[in-house]
Design a protein around this ligand. Structure first.
Ligand code: PLP
Length: 391
């Protein structure tokens, strides 16, 4: 009966169309156009050994499955696995490693990822080298015979370094390692690492994919059959699954991802251009500015420069005055929502990174990060102008 809707996507359906429709069919029992929230823990079986493919909700849930198909399609992967948080997704990918394995990680990676690798996984006979992955020779030098994974974030948080994804994939594969890309900052709207050869993509869906600051979640997307089999097994075995309501929220979020990202891009670029010549600002980190050392690489591998930018006010006191002076921008951790957020990486997102590492990475006490939302740009500029006057 709903056949015509089920086959509505052609093999060459474009990104916006995939965002809206991929993975979702009208509900078979009612025709509801929106995938229902299957808020159930178990499924009644018709007879012993006879069921509809659903036995227990940790293992299978139709709302989660629709989201996983949707996210796999928009990242260009084969299968997706949704988890309770971005960290849970990274944790699941890490179970692909075995004692003795070595991982190369972007030195500027999210503080929580660093904490997980450094404080938890290093107890399991796994070793990690933190390398500036924007410097390919440094990456090449870091490989050892035990390296099984190259874990890259690009752009990095918060100083927006860019790694050449195609070169990183080639390097990883030459050393018989997987390239894993945390694509949270760019979203698949701006960058699809699998197109460049990445083996696995992870996201904190908490950010742009959900986009409305009302859900915490994560996803891992894979292309290789053995990875898909393992991640499906681990998702059920560990059980850190995304709940059905959160899956539904993210599914609603991806429907508007392209139009949200277009505005995030516009506002991010406009704020970077506004801040760069400001006399109180010593440096702006934004890959869309020609002054960014990897502007050309970013332009090549991204379809827009995103809504994340950082800038340096030279001192903790300067940062404090700005952060306490803003009215419209909200002082908060996280990113990727429709409302603009402002934060202080050294004491907030990167507080778990030791001070000497922070300063080596350029995360100074004067550094401020903005997640540009989709408000009217003039209101954002006015708010920053009045707050900068206090610095
Ligand atoms: C780039 C990046 N990766 C992973 C995470 C972890 O995601 P979650 O907070 O959903 O566990 C974050 C969180 O801020 C992040 O920014």
């Amino acid at each position: 009966m709903y056949r015509k809707w089920i086959v509505k996507l052609t093999a060459h359906a474009r990104f916006s169309t995939l965002c809206l429709h991929a993975g979702q069919e009208p509900d078979p029992s009612t025709g509801a156009i929106i995938t229902p929230i299957y808020q159930t823990s178990t499924y009644v079986q018709e007879a012993l050994g006879k069921h509809k493919g659903y036995e227990y909700a940790r293992t299978q849930n139709p709302t989660r499955a629709a989201l996983e198909r949707n996210l796999a399609a928009i990242e260009g992967g084969k299968a997706g696995f949704a988890f309770a948080s971005g960290m849970a997704a990274i944790g699941a990918v890490a179970t692909m490693l075995k004692a003795g394995d070595h991982v190369i990680v972007s030195d500027n990676t999210y503080g929580g990822t660093f904490r997980f690798f450094d404080k938890v996984l290093s107890r399991c006979q796994l070793s990690f080298s933190y390398v500036d992955t924007s410097q390919l020779e440094a990456v090449e030098r870091a490989f050892t015979p035990a390296t099984r994974m190259l874990f890259v974030e690009t752009p990095t948080n918060p100083v927006m370094q860019i790694t050449d994804l195609r070169a990183a994939a080639d390097l990883a594969h030459r050393h018989d390692a997987r390239l894993v890309v945390d694509n949270t900052f760019a979203s698949p709207c701006l960058q699809r690492p699998i197109e460049f050869g990445a083996d696995l993509v992870v996201h904190s869906t908490t950010k742009y994919l959900n986009g409305h600051s009302d859900s915490v979640g994560g996803v891992a997307i894979a292309v290789r059959d053995e990875d898909i089999e393992w991640l499906g097994f681990v998702q059920n075995a560990e059980g850190a699954i995304l709940g059905p309501f959160d899956a539904w929220l993210v599914l609603r979020g991806t429907k508007t991802l392209p139009i949200r990202m277009a505005r995030h891009n516009e506002n991010g670029l406009a704020l970077a251009r506004f801040l760069e010549p400001h006399p109180k600002v010593s440096h702006v980190y934004y890959p869309g500015l020609p002054s960014h050392p990897q502007h050309e690489l970013a332009a090549r591998q991204m379809r827009g420069f995103g809504g994340m930018l950082s800038f340096d006010l030279g001192s903790l006191e300067g940062a404090r005055r700005l952060l306490n002076g803003v009215r419209l921008l909200a002082l908060a951790e996280s990113l990727g929502g429709v409302e603009s957020l402002i934060s202080h990486p050294a004491t907030m997102t990167h507080a778990s990174v030791p001070a000497d590492r922070r300063s080596a990475l350029g995360i100074t006490d004067g550094l401020v990060r903005i997640s540009a939302g989709i408000e009217d740009i003039e209101d954002l500029k006015e708010d920053l102008s009045q707050a900068l006057a206090h610095v």
